[in-house]
Design a binder for this molecule. Structure first.
Ligand SMILES: [Zn+2]
Length: 376
């Protein structure tokens, strides 16, 4: 499992030798991973030892880390795991194993600090959310955490029988009963709204999807707390024969669309805020500098933007263009596969939100990375 605290702890760890090991594997049965993952790790590690001139001690520690990872690949994994992330640093004794419900691309990264970007991408996709299915006479609250449906809470509302089932007529004497039923429905909506507030707190969700007939959902929304109403990102029509699993699939699709719209809006806000006195910053160098100053509230990165770069072993500064030494501290530079990884690590360290965008023209114009500042 990943949570923001363990991510932050990983972000703060570093190797003085520049050999902090981050490894990612697909452990899906489809990929025949028991064969491919150890082979991949071996060949990457061998190549790396050939390329890098490591001193004797760092070399030994790196081999120790790789051996420990091989052991995990040989034995310990829960069956539902599809992706595995491992972080190892024999120098500090650090060894973290994180299993996830979807695949990673196989990758071995050996840098001065942990490479957290794949995990942050995963967190963005696996955010917990709440789905509420609502009708006038019952309701169901589904809480979905990083892995799957975590809890279901049923709410039985009033038993409505105001009309004649055969003719649809409402007899006069039942007119008063119907008025009373309206207040029962309101009571039911109130209870469901209160339960939603509790569930949101329990699982730490920030997004809610409502499922039901449009007019009923609209009515129900009037009973939501202002906070919960602000979390509703999508409504899906209710198909009475749909299973809970199908409802969840629909809700996830609606969430994806909502998430894309949110990143689009963020890119637009950053673009509008560019320039002196504004709250926007864009481009790799300026965004990283703002991150280091603790100015960035929300970092936005393009999923596909992975520029190679150089990292300073002493101060973690990252350059996208080669240089003989670190321009800030004259420290030694080592090549890194993805310069944005350092921006992500800094954001995690500082508690800034990281949003991952895809196919956003406004983000392309910013250079694949940008930030919304806490203050102008
Ligand atoms: Zn430096």
């Amino acid at each position: 499992m990943i949570d923001r605290d363990s991510l932050r702890s990983l972000a703060s760890s570093r190797s003085r030798d520049g050999v902090f090991v981050s490894a990612f594997f697909s452990t899906s049965r489809l990929d025949d991973w028991r064969q491919t993952a150890p082979t991949f790790l071996n060949s990457e590690a061998t190549g790396l030892l050939r390329e890098r001139e490591l001193d004797k001690e760092p070399r030994r520690r790196f081999q120790e880390d790789v051996e420990r990872i091989q052991e995990v690949l040989r034995y310990e994994l829960s069956p539902q795991t599809e992706g595995l992330a491992l972080f190892a640093d024999a120098e500090s004794g650090r060894f973290d194993q994180i299993e996830l419900p979807f695949r990673f691309s196989n990758r071995l990264v050996v840098e001065p600090t942990a490479y957290l970007r794949p995990l942050v991408h995963a967190l963005a996709l696996l955010e917990p959310f709440v789905l509420v299915r609502v009708s006038r006479d019952d309701g169901m609250i589904y809480s979905i955490d990083q892995w799957r449906l975590k809890g279901t809470e049923g709410h039985v509302g009033p038993y409505l029988k105001s009309t004649d089932r055969e003719t649809g007529d409402v007899p006069v004497k039942e007119y008063y009963a119907a008025a009373r039923q309206e207040s029962l429905v309101e009571q039911h909506f109130k209870e469901l709204a209160a339960a939603l507030d509790r569930t949101v707190d329990e699982i730490g969700a920030s997004r809610v999807v409502l499922a039901g007939q449009h007019d009923i959902v609209s009515n129900f929304k009037k009973f939501l707390s202002a906070r919960a109403a602000g979390m509703v990102v999508a409504e899906t029509p209710l198909d009475h024969v749909a299973s809970a699993a199908q409802l969840l699939v629909d809700a996830r699709e609606a969430l994806t669309v909502a998430r894309h719209a949110a990143t689009e809006e963020l890119a637009a806000r950053i673009t509008e805020g560019m320039g002196a006195g504004g709250r926007g910053v864009g481009g790799f160098d300026d965004t990283l500098a703002a991150l280091r100053r603790g100015q960035v509230q929300r970092l936005l990165i393009d999923r596909a933007f992975r520029p190679p770069g150089w990292a300073c072993v002493s101060c973690d500064h990252v350059l996208l263009a080669p240089a003989s030494a670190c321009p800030l501290c004259d420290g030694r530079l080592v090549p890194i596969a993805d310069g944005v990884g350092e921006a992500v690590r800094t954001a995690v360290l500082q508690g800034a939100y990281v949003e991952v965008g895809e196919n956003l023209p406004a983000l392309d114009s910013l250079g694949g990375i940008g930030g919304l500042l806490r203050y102008a």
